[in-house]
Design a protein around this ligand. Structure first.
Ligand code: PEP
Ligand code: MG
Length: 567
């Protein structure tokens, strides 16, 4: 067979190569034959099997620890769910076998979850796994699991059960490819946490055969089957570069010609500050303050907020900290801010709109931020506090937010550019805002009209899309014209090659999950600003996201080759 590419959703930035070992096929479904031992005996069998499977899942969770424990405990609870047991009992009472009753009752629940879609829909695989384990137990056969071909391998599966992902032997599993599952499936979450190179939701993975050689490129979300030798070589080089970047000395972010590109951290709570400092974050480019609000049924008091903000500001004395005021709504619903039912919450009262409708909450947050800044300043060197508003769509909203922030003595007030309208009018917005920070996650969602949480449209949720890049360029140009900084704080900044493109389009700083800093730092070091602009032009000229990525890669490789031939 000749080289072919299979597309999915990449988890993380790694790349790996190896031979395929496929997960064993699920157990064949049981036949709907009448029970020969009677309902009472079947009930006893089911009760024993469900309890045994719940116990096993709990034990696996204990063994794996961390995120995996929570996932496996949730699965154990599925096995012991009384509503499910009721469904099973009804079937047993009608004369079904234990195997059929479990199979059928779980299938009904699965369809219900699938119909709900989103996060719950992605739990369907977890439920399937519980059913398979229970049926295997009833039949006295081992549950389908991870293969062991006797050498390291690339694991290919329909979807992986959390129980299997949690205990993957990382010395043996070089990478993971699934044909189902979206970016928020448990397989994805656990692969991310364990640092496994993974591509999920790759529908065509079903055609990968045992023993076939593949490259799994998580950064690109592509699995290349039967790759050419030069592709294998390039993947090996990238993997080696990555390993080297992870252990390289930490230096400030800069291009090869010395152009500084500060590399900042995205923080979800103050607890992440220490790791960000250790990994060389030069400041915080996005401090998501939602953590204070999402877990409570009311807005936290000013004093509580101030304490959390002080923690982050004092971890970054002498550095920039960009705090975002509360971004509620859509994927981050908050009943006390917006309890109205909305058919399309992503297009509803969210972000700054929701805050404006509850201005007291915004005022309290600005008070807490200003007080935290003053307290840290009084105790030594201050952090440079910048404050920005989420989901700004108009010039008028910009003026509103900046004026309000100034009332509280915030010196640097800016806006997130996450809605195409604000990218298109960035030249006017930046007359009022001190800076812009592009949230590529939402900007991509709104530009491509693709829900960022929905696996079925994950293919559209790609910040490499030239339409998104063009909007970034618009903001970059406006920033340059007004002398205003333009940061990037969406996931796109964590993609080492896209980071170069974004700088080429005019981004002046990049903010990302701290674990991505080393890769991006190394990537920037290999290109000058002129290179970055040329690579960005190549991506902009493409018709779609995949072509933009390929064009940028080719342009970047060409720069490398030129560099190598120079004395
Ligand atoms: C974004 O939308 O890119 C962003 C950084 O904000 P969040 O992911 O918190 O919505
Ligand atoms: Mg956003």
């Amino acid at each position: 067979m000749s080289m072919r590419r299979i597309h999915g959703v990449g988890i993380g930035l790694g790349v790996a190569q190896g031979t395929v070992a496929r997960m064993a096929a699920p157990l064949p479904p049981p036949a709907d034959d009448p029970s020969t031992i009677g309902a009472e005996a079947e009930t006893a069998r089911v009760t024993e099997a469900l309890a045994a499977v719940a116990r096993e899942l709990e034990e696996r969770g204990e063994q794996a620890g961390g995120d995996a424990r929570d996932v496996l405990e949730a699965q154990a609870m599925m096995a012991e769910d009384p509503t499910l047991m009721d469904e099973v009992s009804q079937r047993l009472a009608r004369g079904a076998t234990a195997e059929w009753a479990v199979h059928d009752a779980f299938a009904v629940f699965r369809e219900t979850l699938k119909a709900v879609g989103g996060y719950l829909g992605e739990r369907a695989a977890d439920l399937d796994d519980v059913a398979q384990r229970v049926i295997a137990r009833l039949r006295g056969v081992p549950a389908p699991g991870v293969p062991d071909p006797g050498h390291p391998f690339v694991l290919v599966a329909t979807d992986l059960a959390p129980a299997d992902t949690a205990l993957l032997d990382l010395d043996k599993v070089l990478a993971l490819v699934t044909s189902e599952g979206g970016p928020t499936s448990h397989t994805a979450i656990l692969a991310r946490a364990a640092g496994i190179v993974a591509v999920v939701g790759a529908a065509d993975a079903a055609e990968l055969a045992d023993g076939e050689t593949v490259i799994v490129d998580a950064a690109a979300g592509v699995v290349t089957a039967d790759p050419a030798p030069e592709e294998l070589e390039r993947a090996a080089r990238r993997a080696a570069d990555r390993a080297a970047a992870a252990s390289a000395p930490i230096t400030p972010g800069a291009l090869a010609d010395g152009t500084p590109v500060p590399l900042l951290a995205n923080l979800g709570d103050p607890a992440g500050a220490a790791q960000a400092v250790d990994l060389g974050a030069e400041g915080v480019g996005l401090f998501r303050t939602e953590f204070l609000f999402l877990s409570s049924g009311r807005a936290p008091a000013v004093a509580e907020q101030r304490a959390a903000y002080e923690q982050v500001l004092s971890a970054f004395r002498g550095a920039k900290v960009v705090a975002r005021v509360l971004d509620a709504g859509a994927d981050k619903p908050l009943a006390f801010l917006n309890d109205a039912h909305e058919e399309n919450p992503a297009l509803g009262l969210r972000g700054l709109r929701a805050l404006r409708a509850n201005e007291d909450i915004l005022r309290e947050q600005l008070t807490a931020l200003a007080e935290a800044d003053a307290a840290v300043r009084a105790g030594g060197e201050a952090a440079d506090l910048w404050v920005m508003a989420p989901m700004v769509a108009t010039v008028e909203e910009t003026e509103y937010f900046v004026a309000l922030a100034r009332e509280y003595g915030i010196r640097t007030a800016g806006v997130m550019v996450e809605v195409p309208s604000s990218a298109l009018l960035a030249d006017r917005i930046l007359r009022h805002a001190d800076f812009a920070s592009i949230g590529t996650n939402d900007l991509t969602q709104y530009t491509l009209a693709a829900d960022r949480l929905l696996g079925s449209v994950a293919g559209f949720q790609d910040p490499w899309h030239p339409a998104v890049l063009r909007l970034v360029q618009e903001v970059g140009r406006a920033g340059a014209a007004h002398g205003r900084p333009v940061g990037i704080c969406g996931e796109a900044a964590a993609d080492p090659l896209l980071a170069v493109v974004l700088v080429g389009l005019g981004a002046t700083s990049l903010s990302m999950a701290p674990t991505a800093l080393a890769d991006v730092r190394a990537s920037l070091r290999t290109h000058t600003l002129d290179d970055a602009r040329r690579i960005a032009d190549a991506a902009l000229a493409a018709d779609d996201a995949a072509a933009a990525r390929d064009a940028a890669r080719k342009a970047a490789d060409a720069e490398h080759r030129e560099g190598e031939t120079q004395p």
